[in-house]
Design a protein around this ligand. Sequence first.
Ligand SMILES: Cc1ncc(COP(=O)(O)O)c(C=O)c1O
Length: 368
Amino acid sequence: MISSYNRRDWLKTGLYGLGAVSLLTNSSPFDLKRRHKDVVRLSHNENPYGPSANAREAIIQSISKGNRYPRQAITDLKEVIASKEGVQAKNILITAGSTEILGLMGLIYGIQKGNIISGFPTFDYLMSYSKNFDSEWIRIPLDKEMYPLKKIEERIDSNTKLVFICNPNNPTGTYIPKSDMKVSILSMAQKTPVFVDEAYIEFTEGGINNSFAHIAARNPNVVVGRTFSKIYGMAGLRIGYAIAHEDSIKVMQKYFMGRMVTPSVTSLEAAKVSVGDDLFAEKSKSLTLEAKQMVYTAFEQWAVKHWRSHTNFIWFKTNKFLPGIYGSLEKKNVFIRTYSHTPGYARVSIGTKEEIQIFLDELGGLIA
Ligand SMILES: Cc1ncc(COP(=O)(O)O)c(C=O)c1O
């Protein structure tokens, strides 16, 4: 275990990730000093390895295009995504992060009043936004931490405007296999539109083969949301997209603020090269898996209840630790996530192995 003083110095050097980094990039994206001074940030499900070296290079090369509107870059990115997903460009809407898609769906279905149904806890932005328009949010508790598809379907009524499904689910990291989801989603979609948030789908074992992209492209009642923030490590660059039937895309465009030109040309170019960068994506995934394994091992040793994660974060119970672990970790500059709506649980994002080691060292000192 590294002492606090040494560890901080070590962080400051930015050297700790070099072994793994050199596989991915020329420069060190792990230099926390540059990004978050002295802080181990395991609170936002960010990918510590991105953006990839190719994405950085694309940004540099595209700076000179900064005087032009990004329409061509948007068209190009749609083509690249469409060919990877096996859909057509007309099935894609590119936005500044998938948050914009969630807001758009929250607006379209929120202003219709009625209700929106989701599992709970889940990533709530769509519903919290729709509530601004007096839409009711019906929260169905997760079933042993799994998304409660059957109960959601049973709850649909004549006032239901949308069902929100997050798979894998944030904050639990749990995942329902596509084969098990398909019947439910198709059946729900006969009654009401269904939005499937797949922000973490690339971290699942089958990756994008588990996506509902194909179904969404054909079924006007299914919309899929995806992002470059997670597997491609581009959270600050803000690129996301929806995959949907072309009629649904047209409706989304109608409500879209910003004339469909919200992403910057530099981010679009970075996204374009990232789509084909399987080496980077696979490396991100395998390094995440290794760091995740460190958490599982410690949690098993400490008998901490946790859930197998299909994402880049782990959900766990905090009852084995002294009260107030968030505050205690914060004092050590280690940030995780707790929620007022779910006391007794916490979520830790999977950073580098070195960051996870720091987290585990500090957390180990808080065992009750
Ligand atoms: C499930 C889920 N969906 C969507 C988002 C939004 O991501 P972004 O706007 O960066 O694409 C997040 C962010 O953490 C998320 O966890």
